[in-house]
Design a protein around this ligand. Structure first.
Ligand code: MG
Length: 371
């Protein structure tokens, strides 16, 4: 079996706004083989840039488009292909968008391998420690504290056992952020897990003020309060608060995560399968985390392709408390696969069909295609 083509499809909503919501567009990759089997993957990043990384013609021995690296190769040689994609883009790659593109292809290669073996991916990863995973409802913070409280109660009514508010105005007024959590905690009671995601870096003193102000409300983690490159700041913050600090959604490769873990000294890392290097690299990252006693809670805010992939990944990890479950509603978030993944009582089940266990919804792909 050989790869004969890599197809990149860009989906885009009619209007895209400058908000912290990456479900407004998507880049879907299909790895096509000579035997008619197709693997599906996605990159959670800027779709047009990824399409260029995949389709670029060769310009140097180590500056090639990924399609050129892959066509003619056996898709089952995943480690070999990963190494070649990394090596043969090393002039312009090694981090950032090239790793995002490799992530999409790696997810598709694992989907293919599962289809060839007629097994779900979690089985190929060595089996499932768990098949049902607690979904934390992940949502952009609403404009008012009252609306945040209402939303948290609504999510609790829908069965969610955990909720995270992020971005929007979070970080612009620390007292207000603390007040959101105080009022939400009071409304939902002690059982529901709460998290908060700043996303846009704060000065260190404000991040510390926020962390300390949240300590009495039993917050499960404070996410990305500092620059993704401020490892020293993360180390100081993590040492100065009882709130677990989470980061890593913008990080890529085991090398990036090694720095974040060893220098940043945070308690939770958040590799995104569609950014950090796909299954192949995220398994290595998870091993690094385990060795250092760090918890992995993957970042997951895109289509159900990423949700399905993340479920297989989490199923294969010895420890992982949650899957991030984006509760934004739009056709890219909700309708890209034929059987959308919907939590029941706040829990999601890993897909059991071969590969990722999903099928693309061709109608939506056609409707939103702006490749
Ligand atoms: Mg985040």
């Amino acid at each position: 079996m050989i790869i004969i083509d890599i197809k990149s499809t860009i989906l885009r909503l009619p209007e895209v706004y400058p908000i912290g919501d990456g479900t407004q567009d998507a880049l879907i990759v299909q790895v096509i083989t000579d035997e008619g089997l197709i693997g599906i993957g996605e990159a959670h990043t800027s779709p047009s840039v990824i399409k260029a990384v995949i389709e670029a013609p060769i310009s140097h021995y180590m500056a090639r488009g990924l399609k050129e690296v892959l066509v003619g190769r056996d898709p089952r040689d995943i480690n070999l292909l990963w190494d070649d994609m990394y090596k043969l883009t090393s002039v312009f790659g090694r981090r950032g968008v090239v790793i995002h593109a490799i992530s999409a292809i790696d997810i598709a290669l694992w989907d293919l391998l599962g289809k060839i073996a007629n097994q779900p991916i979690y089985r190929l990863l060595g089996g499932a420690y768990r098949k049902t995973i607690t979904a934390y409802a992940s949502i952009l913070a609403l404009d008012t504290i009252e609306d945040c409280v209402k939303k948290a109660l609504d999510l609790k009514d829908r069965g969610y056992k955990a909720v995270k508010f992020g971005w929007n105005k979070i970080g612009s007024d620390i007292e207000r952020d603390i007040e959101i959590i105080r009022e939400v905690r009071e409304a939902v009671g002690t059982e529901m897990a709460l998290m908060i995601d700043v996303g846009v870096p704060l000065p260190f003193h404000k991040a510390l003020k926020l962390a300390r102000g949240l300590e009495k409300y039993n917050v499960s983690f404070l996410e990305e309060p500092l620059s993704p490159d401020d490892w020293d700041g993360y180390a100081r913050l993590a040492a100065s608060t009882t709130i677990p600090i989470a980061a890593g959604e913008k990080e890529t490769t085991r090398y990036g995560f090694m720095e974040l873990i060893q220098q940043g000294k945070i308690g939770i890392i958040q590799p995104d399968l569609a950014r950090a290097g796909g299954f192949t690299e995220c398994l290595r990252i998870a091993q690094l985390a385990e060795v250092h006693g760090v918890t992995v809670v993957p970042h997951c805010w895109s289509t159900d392709i990423l949700v399905a992939a993340t479920l297989h990944f989490i199923a294969s990890l010895r420890e992982c408390p949650y899957i991030e479950f984006c509760v934004i509603d739009n056709p890219i978030r909700n309708n890209v696969i034929t059987k959308p993944i919907i939590p029941k009582e706040g829990m999601v089940h890993v897909c059991e069909a071969p590969g990722l266990g999903i099928e693309l919804n061709e109608e939506i792909l056609l409707e939103l295609n702006c490749t």
